[in-house]
Write a protein that binds this ligand. Sequence first.
Ligand code: SAM
Length: 220
Amino acid sequence: PPGLYVIPTPIGNLGDITLRAASTLARVSLLLAEDTRHTRKLLNHLPVGLVSDAGMPGISDPGSVVVAAAVAAGCPVTVLPGPCALVAALVGSGLPTEAFTFAGFLPAKSGARRLALERLASLPGTLVLYSPPHGLVATLREAAAVLGGGRRCCMARELSKLHEEFFRSTLDGALREFGEGGARVARGEIVLLIEGTAGGTDGGGGGASGSRSDPAAVER
Ligand code: SAM
């Protein structure tokens, strides 16, 4: 049937393409990629596929603009469930998943980023952020200053790829590892997760230790 089909693509491992995504990709008359625009008329009369560079279109990429245009034009929208970095990172982090706030990429400038963190500081759920590798240390430093360095955090890196890693620690611990003079440099694609205020809303069944002191970093 005509309409917009939102098609998630792998975030790393090509084997993660779903059967439905592959068959829909083969069927659509037109494919919209991240930097392409098409007319409302076209959206109304053809089955149209939407993909982004990786993962679920519309999550921190321009896909949401296309979906909004389709909705405004009265065009039916079908979303295929599939790979999304934030979901994989949240589930693997060991931090509470019952409630979380996804804030995507924080502003690149330090002042605006700090302000954004201040707005997020009192939320009880796990905070999920996308971070370019070069912005990670500054974000960790500001998060430690604004939220407190004892908060547990997880860096989910290179998910579904060869060097996949869940680095679980606290903000202070992550800074010791990846900050200036630390043992390692943060590389690749990164989701940074930080526990909410007062340890989040988990009923206590979560996998991570409840200690707010600085546990040793555990990798994978
Ligand atoms: N639409 C995508 C999704 O569904 O996750 C996200 C697009 S956004 C432009 C790209 C960011 O997502 C990266 O900077 C990183 O923060 C995160 N990301 C994407 N793939 C990842 C992966 N394999 N491992 C960890 N983070 C990833």
